[in-house]
Design a protein around this ligand. Structure first.
Ligand SMILES: Nc1ncnc2c1ncn2[C@@H]1O[C@H](COP(=O)(O)OP(=O)(O)O)[C@@H](O)[C@H]1O
Ligand code: SF4
Ligand SMILES: [Mg+2]
Length: 329
């Protein structure tokens, strides 16, 4: 049984212009210890996807489909049940560390909270464990800083503390949503290496969201390329990087900063912009922005075509595009 099995997941959000489907039938599986990356421009549904796994969606959101975590269905579970899983079996690292940290509580108290809550540790036991965690994530002289508040740490240190919190109960799955985007370039690499080290050492599964293809290449064994709430291409990271079969994936690679450019630069934009959710076309979400668009692209949402090695691509013109690529090469 896979650790996580997501099938035909749909998430509808209430927006000012009415209900809009932010996630449109996505699916993937994750084995224990396996690492998955999600890449795509801002607004394509990456965060909403992982928030649905954590039960962190806005209360007005409607979710359908299936999310099976270690054999248990999560869709439709109440907040109390999700609370048992969140921070215990699934840990999450946020883009902005202050999302996880409460400014008015000491570090010892908040990193220790999941240990007291989920593992029933006493105050003194939790404090000891917190110290070990803070040491492991690289907070210098952690023993003397247990009673400090979040604002007394730098941004990079706050993210380290956020990581310690996510790890506290020894989760089976770690979710990191753009964990280095808010940090200085010099700190980004250290935080990424810390996450990679912890995932390997503890045998956790990882879902890493990043708009930085370099980060994806380094960190995960398989990946999803998302656009307009759909997975347009998925497969082993090496295969997706080598094949780049979907026009949107090709656009992401073309927009990538040149090799040797400083890391962490945002993707240069692909021609046009991500459509508003409520305006998403009924057919291929990329139709209109894609240079290969033909009338048929507007008619139906392309079904996945499975290429070699679990490599799936949602585009109806793969043969023509591959032929054109071969001619241009
Ligand atoms: N709370 C919300 N209410 C309404 N729309 C939202 C909400 N959160 C996100 N959205 C919309 O859902 C879409 C997907 O958002 P998100 O998953 O955050 O994108 P990503 O993480 O890929 O940048 C975007 O169009 C965004 O504007
Ligand atoms: S289905 Fe059509 S619009 Fe969509 S990516 Fe393929 S060629 Fe482009
Ligand atoms: Mg996001």
């Amino acid at each position: 049984m896979p650790l996580l099995e997501v099938q035909d997941l749909h998430v509808t959000l209430q927006t000012q212009r009415g209900p809009a489907e932010a996630v449109r039938g996505i699916g993937f599986t994750l084995e224990r210890g396996e690492t998955l990356g999600i890449v795509g421009e801002s607004g394509c549904g990456k965060s909403i996807t992982v928030q649905s796994l954590m039960g962190l969606l806005p209360s007005t959101a409607k979710v359908s489909g299936s999310i099976r975590f270690d054999g248990t269905e999560l869709v439709g579970r109440d907040e109390k049940a999700m609370c048992q899983i969140r921070g215990n079996r699934i840990g999450m690292i946020f883009q902005e560390p202050m999302t996880a940290l409460n400014p008015v509580h000491t570090i010892a108290r908040q990193v220790g909270e999941p240990l007291r809550l989920h593992r029933g540790l006493s105050g003194a036991q939790a404090r000891k464990e917190v110290l070990a965690l803070l040491d492991r994530v690289g907070i210098p002289d952690a023993a003397s800083r247990l009673d400090a508040y979040p604002h007394q740490f730098s941004g990079g240190q706050r993210q380290r503390i956020g990581i310690a919190m996510a790890l506290a109960c020894g989760p089976d799955l770690l979710i990191a949503d753009e964990p280095t985007t808010a940090l200085d370039v010099t700190i980004q690499k250290q935080i990424l290496e810390l996450i990679q080290g912890l995932v390997a050492e503890r045998g956790m599964a990882l879902i890493l969201i990043s708009h930085d293809l370099g980060v994806i290449a380094q960190s995960v064994s398989k990946m999803l390329v998302m656009y307009g709430g759909s997975v347009v291409e998925s497969g082993p990271t090496e295969t997706v990087f080598a094949e780049r079969a979907h026009p949107y994936t090709q656009g992401l690679f073309a927009a990538r900063p040149a090799l040797g450019a400083p890391r962490g630069i945002r993707l240069a934009t692909i021609r046009g912009s991500v459509p508003e959710l409520v305006d998403l076309p009924p057919g291929c979400p990329f139709a209109g922005r894609c240079k290969y668009t033909v009338d048929a692209c507007h008619a139906i949402r392309p079904p996945p075509t499975i290429l070699r090695h679990e490599h799936a691509v949602r585009c109806i013109r793969l043969e023509e595009i591959a032929a054109e690529g071969a001619l241009a090469a």
